[in-house]
Design a protein around this ligand. Structure first.
Ligand code: NAD
Length: 261
């Protein structure tokens, strides 16, 4: 059990780790002594820059792997590559996500936010499962408070995040994974100051609703949570979250106030 709760000497894979919250998660776990971190991202330029910044700070512990999580072949290649590099993956953080409810983007949004999470998780479950010769591990899925309650004009984003919440909760209580040495955690961050929330109007299903959303949820009326706060909450969950199942919401509160439920 104790093996779960310490980042020290563990290997991490973080999808969407090039920017925003993913990059912050990478830094937070490196600070906690992670042995190696693989940043997987569709954006090669940003991914390489982030890896190089972190490598200067943390003695070459970071590798960048270009991967589009909506593409099955990319997922397979990236996963296999990291297993060869690190020998084993101890922690998978399914963080890559897009907020785009425009009509021509729904399939991509579902593929990135939902299918990418499923595909990576299934690979990790097989790789980590002690009953199949694995070493155990932790899978953390990043959902959103938009998956727990209804925000205006986010049907695709909200639906995909709700799916991520249920997926994690189901796996965490699935008797099939008893004694597998795997725990599944789900984090639901609230609005956080990252590139994801910029230019909302151009990415909404209905531009006028998009404006409402921007004004009420992501606009000047709302104080965004800082990325450091969401990362601190994730570390808190990693270090304290029960084996088998934990999920935790972060709604613009400091991490110390957050209790896993
Ligand atoms: P972000 O846009 O700053 O970062 C997302 C990263 O994912 C980027 O580096 C991007 O290049 C990458 N990415 C996008 N599509 C990809 C793909 N197909 N394959 C691989 N990588 C891809 O966003 P963020 O705010 O840091 O969001 C990270 C996660 O947190 C997302 O899942 C998001 O839904 C979730 N989240 C964010 C907020 C928020 O308010 N920012 C709130 C709740 C949940």
């Amino acid at each position: 059990m104790g093996q779960f709760f310490d980042a020290k000497d563990k290997t991490f894979v973080i999808t969407g780790g090039a920017s925003g919250l993913g990059a912050e998660y990478a830094q937070a776990f490196l600070q906690k002594g992670a042995m190696a971190v693989a940043i997987l991202d569709i954006s090669e330029e940003t991914g390489k820059l982030t890896a190089s910044r972190l490598n200067k700070l943390y003695n070459e512990k970071v590798v960048f792997v270009k991967c589009d999580v909506s593409k099955e072949e990319d997922i397979k290649n990236a996963f296999d590559f990291v297993v060869v590099q690190f020998r084993q993956i101890d922690v998978l953080i399914n963080n890559a996500g897009i907020m785009n409810d425009a009509p021509n983007m729904w399939r991509t949004a579902c593929d990135v936010n939902w299918q990418g999470v499923v595909s990576f998780t299934l690979k990790a479950l097989k790789h980590m499962n002690k009953k199949e010769g694995g070493a155990g591990g932790t899978i953390i899925n990043i959902a959103s408070t938009a998956g727990l309650k209804v925000f205006p004009c986010l049907p695709i984003y909200g639906g995909s995040k709700l799916a991520v919440v249920h997926f994690g909760q189901n796996l965490a209580t699935d008797p099939f994974y008893e004694n597998s040495g795997i725990r599944v955690l789900t984090l639901c961050p609230g609005p956080t100051d990252t590139p994801l929330l910029h230019n909302l109007e151009t990415r909404s299903y209905d531009p006028s609703l998009g404006k409402v959303f921007a004004d009420t949820v992501g606009g000047s009326n709302v104080e965004y949570q800082k990325v450091e706060s969401a990362a601190a909450a994730l570390v808190h969950m990693f270090e304290n979250g029960a084996s088998g199942s934990t999920w935790l919401t972060v709604e613009n509160r400091p991490a110390k106030d957050i209790t896993p439920v």
